[in-house]
Ligand binder design. Structure first.
Ligand SMILES: [Zn+2]
Length: 234
């Protein structure tokens, strides 16, 4: 079979997989009063991630994305049904973190796979792990211990969606404006400057800063990264 034929076969499976996912999400929606089954599902051939949930953003519609490379039926190492269901629930839990209120007792661990997400996993029976181990969905999970104390970092076997989901999370963080026009800032190389204009981009914030007579355009993330502070806060 050529690669082209294989891709065609995989794409033919999309309706079946879409039906499988939508049926599951409808059940979860009904239980939680949400609308996850209405979120568009797209399929790709991602070899780095099994799936991902992309939150609504400036330039993207909210969507679920799954890799036919891993879940397509014609592949030899296709995920078992139990592992597939766990993958769908894993992504649904990401969707939940955007649409339900997380009790404050579960906000102690930050990050896309932090305690808020794990709390969502516990409500729908998803494995609260950000990596994939074949057959792990069969094991019983002790959610109490996962949710109550910081868990030790596990060895990553295969990424579920860490790569893309964390990139989306970072882009979201990077697009949050952290300065105001008129703030005086201290740049490691250019010295003190005054923010004249703030330009919000989909995944970044560009600051127009006057260093003396000269205006420089600097991405906010570089200033944040170098640990540099607003002068007034020092
Ligand atoms: Zn995830």
């Amino acid at each position: 079979m050529t690669r082209h034929e294989m891709l065609k076969m995989l794409h033919n499976e999309e309706p079946v997989l879409r039906a499988e996912i939508t049926a599951l999400y409808s059940v979860l929606d009904h239980k939680l009063g949400l609308h996850g089954a209405e979120v568009p599902i797209t399929f790709g051939m991602d070899e780095k991630a099994l799936g991902s949930y992309l939150p609504p953003s400036y330039d993207n519609e909210e969507q679920f994305q799954f890799s036919l490379f891993f879940i397509g039926f014609c592949m030899n190492d296709q995920l078992s049904k139990a592992d597939r269901i766990n993958l769908y629930k894993h992504e649904y839990a990401h969707y939940m973190t955007r649409h339900i209120t997380i009790p404050t007792e579960y906000d102690w661990q930050p990050g896309v796979h932090g305690s808020g997400w794990k709390y969502c996993c516990s409500l729908i029976g998803a494995i609260p792990a950000d990596y994939y181990i074949e057959g792990q969905s069969i094991k019983k999970v002790d959610y109490d211990s996962v949710l109550k104390r910081p868990s030790v970092d596990h060895k990553q076997v295969q990424m579920l969606d860490t790569y893309r989901t964390q990139r989306a999370y970072k882009a979201m963080e990077n697009s949050q404006v952290k300065y105001e026009v008129g703030d005086t800032v201290n740049h490691p190389k250019f010295g003190e400057g005054i923010i004249k204009e703030i330009e919000k981009q989909p995944a970044s914030v560009r600051l127009h800063i006057a260093f003396g007579e000269e205006i420089k355009i600097i991405d906010q993330k570089w200033l944040v990264k170098t640990g540099y502070k607003k002068v007034a806060e020092r």
